[in-house]
Design a protein around this ligand. Structure first.
Ligand code: C5P
Length: 220
């Protein structure tokens, strides 16, 4: 319990990943992108020929419990294969959202996630970092941004990768994902009771990073 953890939870495309990894860089801490683990679990299950439905819950959970995953520099390897780009598509996100609603899959990933808590500290982003995985975390941030802002950012990210989409489709997609993530029975997306709320709709990334670092200093 002496290894500090900062949790950053929030909805799809709120900028959690960028914020969390920059805060981790500034503090020299490790970084856990928990969403990536659900994306990888979904991909591994698909590779194993499984349909991502509740009927396959125990088989998908078995795949998730033994994920041969490695994070090497900025690459993600699944069974030695580079899946960094494959897990970033909208479809991969939707598949992650499907498997993440299955309780046995969530349970299967708990220890893997907690294993990222190593000295000198960890910044973890996701949906349930502060509520379920690291309930005793020293700082919990719940990050939000308007749906319009989030759709706009996602479109820029995709177009930077040469993927053309329309704002309306993206917005419908992320609202569907938020609804599924918020309404599921197990570990739904919600702010921890002791989380500090940060709305970054009108903030630059640097301003959000500085805000979190200020909160962190106040806790020392
Ligand atoms: O954050 P990201 O978009 O990569 O997450 C993909 C999906 O994984 C989310 O839509 C959510 O359903 C699921 N997820 C989760 N719990 C987490 C992180 C992600 O259920 N801690």
């Amino acid at each position: 319990e002496h290894i500090p953890v900062i949790c950053i939870d929030g909805p799809t495309a709120s900028g959690k990943g960028t914020l969390a990894s920059r805060v981790a860089d500034r503090l020299g801490y490790h970084y856990l992108d928990s969403g990536a683990l659900y994306r990888i679990a979904a991909l591994a299950a698909r590779n194993a020929g499984l349909e991502l439905t509740a009927q396959r819950e125990s088989e998908i959970a078995a795949v998730a419990a033994t994920l041969p995953v490695r994070f090497a520099a900025d690459r993600v390897l699944l069974d030695g294969q580079d899946v960094t780009d494959a897990i970033r598509t909208e479809e991969a996100g939707m598949n992650a959202s499907r498997v993440s609603a299955l309780p046995a899959v969530r349970t299967a990933l708990v220890e893997l996630q907690r294993g990222f808590r190593q000295l000198p500290g960890l910044v973890a982003d996701g949906r349930d970092m502060g509520t379920v995985i690291f309930p005793g975390a020293a700082l919990k941030v719940y990050l939000t941004a308007s749906a319009a802002q989030r759709a706009d950012r996602r479109q820029r990210q995709l177009s930077a990768k040469g993927i053309a989409t329309t704002i309306d489709v993206l917005r419908a997609d992320l609202e569907a994902r938020d609804a599924r993530d918020s309404q599921r029975a197990v570990a739904p997306l919600k702010a921890a009771q002791d989380a500090l709320l940060l709305d970054n709709s009108e903030q630059s990334i640097e301003e959000s990073v500085d805000q979190v670092l200020r909160w962190w200093e106040e806790r020392q």
